[in-house]
Write a protein that binds this ligand. Structure first.
Ligand code: FE2
Length: 218
């Protein structure tokens, strides 16, 4: 079993493979009862459920409720964006690094690279239409970063209020973003660890590499 497989083997496992962007912890605002309730329930479920699949099964309905009440806790800085790339704004990071919540802002034409996650995750769309283009791995994952065969799979269009999820082992591989002809999209992402690194894939070269990803602090 690889390190990434071990990270995803239990949904409560923090699985911090890399150094966080900063050493700060992000405690919940006491004025945000909606967010506090969400994380109380999410933390309880992430400890209660024994597999990542059970974890996202339990948390997806919580994300639906969080989307409905997002205006009670989202602040202007959670909508920060950049002309350079899509933007990740940290909303909450659990002290044990076992949960994290981000708002992602996608301007027209901004996409992720082809990537996986090394964690379970639940995604909800707040604004716009978020597009997901999936890849299917044909070669077995024996832990090598080479000789990886991917083919393009289906796409999903997620409108406001939509919730999707993924689990590791085998990890979900995809690109996510907004075509240039569509309007800005904003989405909420909760992960089973601090999401500060993940694998990106070069489909033509049949390789992957681990990258550290930046985010804005709350
Ligand atoms: Fe992703």
């Amino acid at each position: 079993m690889t390190a990434s497989q071990r990270r995803g083997s239990r949904c409560w496992r923090p699985g911090v493979a890399g150094r966080p962007q900063t050493g700060r912890r992000h405690e919940l605002s006491t004025t945000s009862h909606v967010l506090e309730s969400f994380f109380n329930q999410a933390t309880a479920q992430s400890h209660l459920q024994s597999t990542p699949a059970d974890c996202v099964l339990a948390l997806a309905p919580l994300m639906l409720d969080l989307l409905d009440n997002a205006d009670t806790f989202l602040q202007p800085h959670h909508y920060r964006s950049s002309d350079v790339s899509y933007t990740r704004n940290l909303i909450y990071e659990a002290p044990d690094k076992g949960l994290s919540l981000y708002s992602l802002v996608w301007l027209p034409g901004q996409w992720t690279p082809v990537h996986d996650h090394g964690s379970w995750g639940v995604v909800g769309v707040l604004e716009g239409v978020l597009e997901e283009r999936s890849y299917v791995r044909l070669s077995p994952d024996r832990g090598s970063d080479e000789e990886i065969d991917l083919v393009r799979g289906g796409i999903v269009l997620l409108r406001r209020g939509s919730v999707t999820s993924f689990v590791p082992n085998p990890d979900h591989i995809h690109v996510t973003g907004v075509p240039k002809e569509r309007a800005r999209a904003v989405s909420l992402h909760i992960y089973g660890r601090t999401m500060n690194d993940f694998n990106v894939y070069d489909v033509e070269a049949r390789t992957r590499r681990r990258i550290t990803v930046a985010h804005n602090e709350s």
